[in-house]
Design a protein around this ligand. Sequence first.
Ligand code: LLP
Length: 425
Amino acid sequence: MSYFSHQDGVLHAENVSLSAIAEQFGTPTYVYSKAALLDNFAAYQDACQGRDALVCYAMKANSNLAVLDLLARQGAGFDIVSGGELLRVIAAGGDPGKTIFSGVGKTVDEMQLALEKGILCFNVESIPELHRLNEVAGKLGMRAPVSLRVNPNVDAKTHPYIATGLKANKFGVAFDEALDTYRTAASLPHLDVVGIDCHIGSQLLDDAPLLEALDKLIELIDTLDAEGIHLHHLDIGGGIGVDYGVAGDKPSVPVGDYLGRLFARIDAWGAAKQGGRPIKVIFEPGRSIVANAGVLLTKTEFLKPGAEKNFCIVDAAMNDLMRPTLYQAWMGVQPVTPRDGEKLVWDIVGPVCESGDWLARERELAVEQGDLLAIMTAGAYGMTMASNYNTRGRAAEVIVDGEVTHLVRRRETPAEVFALETMIK
Ligand code: LLP
């Protein structure tokens, strides 16, 4: 189902026209579809039905409190990478007991906060981190639940900035060093070794790398078992890709099928053992929950046709949506009210003072000054990566639920952008 479609010649989010949203809330504005969010999450939940499994939404993709609240109410757990994200989970009514903490650089304060709030597990990425966590837990008189993020050295075949499972990446414990690192973890008095995890990259379009990574984790779990280190959960990470509308570049199977194949492999492994092996399975999806649930709504300020290039200057910019300039990401562009007339090839650019400030390049469009455009599939890593560059207040965010529009973050004012600053004498 498409949650954004043209009805009576106007692009709608569910049943609300984007032109009405622009009129009411201004532009640029992120517009999310509640139904899309819930359906995307349900695809994971349905595939996990009847199993000991937990879907921990990777909130770095979109951490608006309203989004977290909706998912928490569906039973979601959360994958966090900072103390700030944990405070968001709690503010949104999420359960710290279903929250896992990833990331290579956890501070003492963050560890302490997470222990005090009772998170499910720390995904530890290095030996010094194990020692720090052991010390912090000891001071609190606690044992910290630990999983090791293992780097399986699998090529995720994605953009180098978002591939994380290769030896050359900073993430995780190298596969060859994992056994020794587990031995260290098991020897530390204030750690409780409970799991294993990996995350090989983002925007994976094929399930082969995930299955390859899973096989390596399974091999390691068996080796650890033989050593007397028995793990209770296996976390395969996130990374399942979405269809951005680039020809030939979409996920090879729906989410349910990805999960089905992973579970089939896990079941076959369990069945091969005497008596089977009960192991909890955790997923950390981000993009596949929120990307196609959002668009960035923007207005054309000026048209600047030229000898070499035609520029369509809009009021959204790289500070609102970094993906194009940072990863050369291709984002779909749709006119909110398509018009007849001559189509030209346009670069859609923002007002920021950088040549890298572009949202889309070489798009054939019939467009005029004042027209609204929607940058599609922008619900993931859009608002969360936004900045205040050029003292631009960040965009508003709304969620559409059927006929109703909820403002879930109001537009930031320039005064708020510099409110934390002080002058010196
Ligand atoms: N788990 C861990 C440990 C991660 O590092 C990530 C994403 C995820 C889960 C969620 O992955 P997803 O399901 O969203 O692929 N800003 C980039 C993507 C960065 C991904 C970082 N890690 C982009 O806009 O493409």
